[in-house]
Design a protein around this ligand. Structure first.
Ligand code: API
Length: 257
């Protein structure tokens, strides 16, 4: 049976998008999801996202990594899904939707999508890194020679090593530009490679930098290989709330297979 697939990208983090409101997609077919994300034999993407109906909210988000497995929250994917929902006429300028980590508010103006992320009340400060969960788990560490760094090799060592092991974590390497700006490169769990951008990762870096007193503001710019993201937040007694991930989400193509 023919099916229409869409593709969106948010600062180079790219996704196959499917309008699954009629529940036609074979959701448990890991091989199918991985084949659609395959960059040679398929459409090619870092992940695949289903837009589904929700009884009370605008829609529901189901996210799969490129390895075919359903995974935790995807910030860039959530932003792209809001743009997709607008293209389908499901929403206009605002959205409230359910994802695996709970309810998200979002706004869209042009191709800029602002997505509210989960509150974060735990930031683990270790000797050489910070760990926190912004809807997905993130290891954050400084790397001054970020441009020449072998992200895939070094990221995989951390992602599969202790204490993350098979369950893993995403790994973000950070270079401080100034009090409001950081360069970030990310090794993504479930893609098992560097991606050009990671939304929950950019959010994790912004909050981690605040937690270790490296920022002078609560609006942070993250320079990622695929472009620029911004993260704004409020913080009270170590609780990060009103956390917003801001950046472009763009339509790439629509096709039928
Ligand atoms: N690979 C991540 C999920 C996608 C995160 C990323 N694409 C984002 O924009 O947040 C994980 O399995 O934890």
């Amino acid at each position: 049976m023919q099916q229409t697939f869409y593709k969106y990208q948010g600062t180079g983090n790219d996704f196959v998008m499917i309008d699954n409101r009629q529940q036609v997609f074979d959701k448990n077919n890991t091989k199918l999801v991985a084949s659609l994300c395959d960059r040679r034999f398929g459409i090619g993407a870092d992940g695949l996202i289903l837009l589904e109906n929700h009884n009370d909210l605008d829609f529901k988000m189901v996210y799969y990594n490129a390895d075919g497995n359903e995974s935790s929250m995807c910030g860039n994917g959530g932003r792209c899904l809001v743009a997709f929902a607008k293209q389908l006429g499901v929403i206009d300028k605002k959205a409230v939707f359910e994802a695996i980590d709970g309810l998200h508010h979002a706004t869209i103006e042009g191709n800029i999508v602002k997505l509210q992320m989960v509150d974060v009340d735990t930031v683990e400060k270790h000797e050489n890194h910070v760990f926190l969960d912004t809807g997905s788990p993130h290891h954050v560490q400084f790397e001054d020679k970020i441009e020449a760094f072998d992200i895939k090799t070094e990221g995989a060592k951390i992602r599969y090593g202790s204490p993350y092991n098979e369950a893993g974590s995403n790994v973000n390497f950070v270079k401080k530009i100034n009090d409001q700006t950081f360069a970030v490169r990310t090794y993504e769990r479930g893609v098992e490679d560097e991606t050009l951008s990671c939304g929950t990762g950019a959010t994790a870096v912004a909050l981690a930098m605040h937690a270790i007193n490296e920022v002078g503001d609560n609006l942070i710019t993250l320079q990622v290989p695929g472009g620029e993201l911004q993260v704004s937040f409020d913080v009270e007694d170590g609780l990060y709330k009103n956390v917003w991930l801001i950046g472009p989400a763009k339509f790439v193509f629509e096709g039928t297979i």
